[in-house]
Design a binder for this molecule. Structure first.
Ligand SMILES: [Zn+2]
Ligand SMILES: [Zn+2]
Length: 200
């Protein structure tokens, strides 16, 4: 936990991360000294992220900071939260892969290029299953080696596009990852780093 009065390299790293996200430390910069200026920046960050505004850099603020650093234009961590509903985990037993979000951005772009809506609006990708804790994975019948356990997989859907069509598009867009699809299952994509394909 860091707060006003804290000093040292951890404070410096925090200040550098805040600066990178656009929070201003005009007078002192990243000087490793948690003073009024850093306190104000942390409070502003907390306000922007709907956290308790206390100027204390603790677990919740740390999580939100990580999340802010790993957000892509159309995907946020909460969409990937484990669906056990708090029964077996806090929703985030692992981090959501930034690479996965980037892949989903690319798939989203391709979906809108190939299947544009006539009114000019953009189609969005909904995450049906993202992270799974071990217990939840077992409950929904996931394999013990499921990439959902690692935060690098998502089962997705796009309104107005059927599973098969979307699956084929994912197959094309994810040459170095896993893709499983079929008419009766939301397409699965993952960023395992090698090509894997299967049918549902
Ligand atoms: Zn869970
Ligand atoms: Zn899956």
């Amino acid at each position: 936990m860091l707060r006003k009065g804290s000093k040292g390299s951890e404070v410096k790293v925090l200040q550098q991360r805040l600066l990178k996200l656009g929070y201003k430390l005009p007078k002192y910069g990243a000087d490793g000294d948690f003073g009024n200026e850093t306190d104000a920046a942390v409070r502003q960050f907390q306000k922007d992220n709907k956290l308790v505004v206390d100027g204390i850099y603790g677990a919740n603020t740390s999580r939100a900071l990580y999340s802010a650093e790993h957000t892509t234009p159309h995907f946020v961590d909460s969409e990937f939260k484990c669906h056990c509903g708090g029964k077996y985990c806090n929703g985030y037993p692992v981090a959501v892969s930034t690479k996965l979000k980037q892949l989903l951005e690319e798939i989203r772009t391709e979906v809108n290029r190939k299947y544009p809506l006539s009114d000019g609006k953009k189609r969005g990708i909904a995450i049906k299953s993202g992270i799974r804790c071990k217990q939840w994975n077992a409950k929904v019948g996931g394999s013990s080696g499921s990439k959902h356990l690692l935060g690098i997989a998502a089962d997705i859907t796009v309104s107005g596009i059927n599973n098969d069509t979307l699956g084929k598009l994912c197959d094309y867009m994810n040459p170095n990852g896993g893709v499983g699809y079929g008419s009766g299952h939301y397409p699965h994509v993952d960023v395992r780093g090698s090509k894997a394909r299967w049918k549902y």
